[in-house]
Design a protein around this ligand. Structure first.
Ligand code: NAD
Ligand code: DAU
Length: 345
């Protein structure tokens, strides 16, 4: 029996990459739970990701901004109308590091202001459990050795990471000052279906499929610790049901690769030549290495990843190959303008 019984979940950012995967995970693994999805539908929010749950009994979508108390209250009203103990999982955020380097203010607005508005509204309703989905990037960059633990000091390096660290501190303060029952999760890089193709893996798959250049930043030797999105969603569900209030849980799969190896693996799987790789100007302030020590969530909650990289990367590549309409729709319009600014013609 879970320690926190839940019957209704308010998911923020449920039309984005991880949020939509989380909604699908809940539908499969907790089919009797009701779900309210509050999402502003920014460029990264896409209702195509949720076609399979649209119209489902016990699912409601509320278009709204977490920075607006009115919108958040509307979503909480919808969740309360479903009834039963309520949990909140907060994914909504501006999430792309390169965009935060272009302009930091939208990140402060959505990630910092939005989190405080949500905390205030949820506290006023006596929400029983709140999970704040954060990131390993709040810890900064590692050298060749070592791992991020929950005790690693916060040292965010990009405006995105700084805004997430600020939101983590607001959640921490709500727990400490008001006894608000929140947990914070800090996960490493996710990959899988429905990821917006501005992020490394879907961008490289999409470009390679069209024989376009694959832009690798700097020397391509920056290391990320990759986790299949379904594993992340299952970890968040474990924390929602059984995490201890006030605690931080790191999530990761001990799956470190330099970027260039990921890019070459994608090309090899697609049968495309390495000559498509183009080394480009490095990301300013580019963190060299992330690696998560996930011993705490394993020891306390018994969570471990189920998917290996060897099985889930090809699964992911096949998913994008099959979803040509999905890809084309997200790569239209405003995305093209961003891509031209970021990478030139
Ligand atoms: P995403 O950019 O794909 O999706 C973000 C979603 O939030 C979108 O649907 C967007 O419309 C919505 N949103 C943005 N601003 C909003 C606002 N003000 N009000 C309501 N909705 C808003 O992001 P993602 O990659 O799915 O990341 C989700 C969360 O997980 C973020 O908090 C991110 O920091 C965290 N995270 C991501 C990763 C990763 O590898 N992608 C890893 C660890 C943690
Ligand atoms: O670690 C968790 C974080 O992972 C999340 O908090 C962020 O929301 C998510 O975007 C991701 O951040 P990264 O900056 O690590 O992911 P991104 O996919 O943008 O880049 C991964 C690596 O690939 C990074 O070292 C930069 C590099 N890269 C990225 C792009 C988009 C390239 O070399 N070329 C590219 O075109």
């Amino acid at each position: 029996m879970p320690q926190t019984p839940i019957q209704t979940v308010l998911v923020t950012g449920g039309a984005g990459f991880i949020g939509s995967n989380f909604v699908h995970t809940l539908v499969e693994e907790r089919p009797d739970w009701r779900i309210v999805n509050l999402d502003a539908l920014t460029y990264a929010g896409n209702l195509d990701n949720l076609e399979a749950v649209e119209g489902r009994e016990g699912y409601a979508f509320v278009k709204g901004d977490v920075c607006s108390r009115e919108d958040v209250d509307r979503a909480l009203d919808a969740a309360e109308a479903f009834g039963g103990p309520l949990g909140v999982v907060h994914f909504a955020a501006e999430s792309h590091v390169d965009r935060s380097i272009e302009s930091g203010l939208p990140f402060v607005q959505a990630n910092v202001m939005g989190t405080q508005v949500l905390l205030d509204a949820c506290r006023a309703r006596g929400v029983g459990r709140f999970v704040h989905v954060s990131t390993d990037e709040v810890y900064g960059s590692l050298g060749k050795e070592g791992f991020f633990t929950e005790e690693t000091p916060l040292a965010p390096n990009s405006p995105y990471a700084a805004s997430k660290a600020a939101s983590d501190l607001l959640v921490r303060a709500a727990c400490h000052t008001h006894g608000f029952p929140a947990c914070i999760t800090r996960c490493s890089n996710n990959y899988g279906p429905y990821q917006f193709p501005e992020k490394l893996i879907p961008l490289m798959i999409a470009n390679a499929a069209e024989d376009k250049k694959l832009p690798v930043y700097g020397d391509g030797m920056n290391i990320r610790d990759w986790l299949y999105v379904r594993d992340h969603c299952e970890a968040v569900l474990r924390v929602l049901e059984d995490g201890r209030a006030g605690e931080v849980y790191n999530i990761g799969g001990h799956n470190e690769y330099p970027n260039i190896e990921i890019v070459k693996a994608i090309l090899a799987t697609l049968g495309k030549p390495d000559t498509l790789i183009e080394y480009v100007r490095d990301r300013p302030g580019h963190d060299r290495r992330y690696a998560i020590d996930a011993a705490k969530i394993d020891n306390e909650l018994g969570w471990r990843p189920r998917f290996t990289f060897e099985e889930a990367l090809p699964l992911t590549i096949r998913w994008y190959q099959a979803q040509t309409t999905w890809l084309q729709r997200v790569r239209d319009g405003a995305y093209r303008e961003y891509y031209a600014r970021q990478y030139g013609s």
